[in-house]
Design a protein around this ligand. Structure first.
Ligand code: ATR
Length: 282
């Protein structure tokens, strides 16, 4: 029941109508019987400053931030976590008595999903990562923060973008940069992560790998795509005897971490995954 003391959480983005976050968070709030509600707010880029002023004025407890605001929002916050600063993007804002604090929970989400859903703990020493956009940036940050990861092969269509990303984040010299057209070296990796948009609806009939012969049975393939739930890359992985996970776990774990930042309570992640699955029917 929404009452006079119900507190508000939400997500801002543009577009935002198809987001699974309200389903996930409200399911967890209901399961814990917490007096919060989580809503989706479409915020056009020119009105972002007013939206954040509104967050302060209305005392909104927490917001997730999605495309296209993850970078732009940083200029309007009072404090930004070191992790979000390094990744260069904020996906979670907590309102602490009027002080807006920015976090990034995407890096936590990917590592937690690799552990919990992919059964990888520790991660393998050699990891291949596809892509050099915003999503790849958070994943690369997460991989480089893990001591057991000795080498990351970072492949992108535009090699210069991969080189720039590596130069930005890789202080220990762990990253090898290459082209998405040359997939042979992926064969040495125990984990392949797709952080490109390829395979995501509406481009769900393509794989980021032109030649899947580098996939093998001792490899986990993790696609950050969750719509569709099974991508062409995941089917290529299965055909090669590799295990594969989609991005639903990462979505749920990043959400779970945001939820904990706002409420101080660890949410039931299984409930969040089930709610997201209902939102994206197979
Ligand atoms: P996001 O923030 O979701 O990561 P992005 O910053 O637009 O989105 O990055 C998209 C990623 O998908 C990039 O790595 C992009 O490659 P380029 O850097 O070469 O643009 C990759 N990508 C998108 N469309 C692609 C395509 N048709 N072929 C290969 N890579 C593609």
């Amino acid at each position: 029941m929404i009452s006079g003391t119900t507190r508000v959480l939400g997500v801002i983005g543009d577009p935002v109508a198809h987001t699974a976050s309200p389903a996930m968070h409200n399911a967890a709030l209901r399961a814990l019987n917490l007096n919060y509600v989580y809503a989706a707010f479409r915020v056009a880029p020119p009105t972002l400053p007013q939206a954040l002023a509104g967050m302060r004025a209305f005392g909104i407890v927490g917001l997730n931030v999605t495309v296209p605001h993850k970078q732009a929002v940083m200029a309007h916050l009072d404090e930004i976590s070191a992790e979000a600063q390094s990744i260069g993007a904020v996906n979670t804002i907590a309102n602490r008595d009027g002080r807006l604090v920015g976090y990034n929970t995407d890096a936590f989400g990917i590592v937690q999903s690799l552990k919990a859903d992919g059964g990888l703990d520790p991660l393998p020493p050699k990891v291949a990562l596809l892509g050099a956009g915003g999503a790849a940036r958070a994943v690369l940050y997460a991989l480089l923060a893990r001591d057991e990861v000795e080498e990351v092969l970072l492949l992108n269509r535009t090699v210069e973008k991969a080189a720039a990303l590596a130069a930005d984040l890789d202080s220990a010299g762990k990253v090898r940069v290459g082209s998405l057209a040359e997939t042979g070296p992926i064969g040495d990796a125990g984990l392949l992560i797709n952080a490109t948009a390829l395979g995501m609806h509406p481009r769900d009939d393509v794989s980021p790998l032109a030649d899947p012969s580098c996939l093998h049975e001792h490899m986990l393939v993790a696609d950050i795509v969750y719509n569709p739930l099974e991508t062409v890359l995941m089917r290529q992985a299965a055909a090669a005897g590799a295990s594969a996970i989609n991005g639903l776990g990462m979505l749920a774990w990043q959400g779970a971490r945001s939820f904990e930042i706002w409420t101080g309570i660890e949410p039931p992640v299984e409930t969040m995954i089930a709610a997201a699955l209902e939102h994206f029917p197979a």
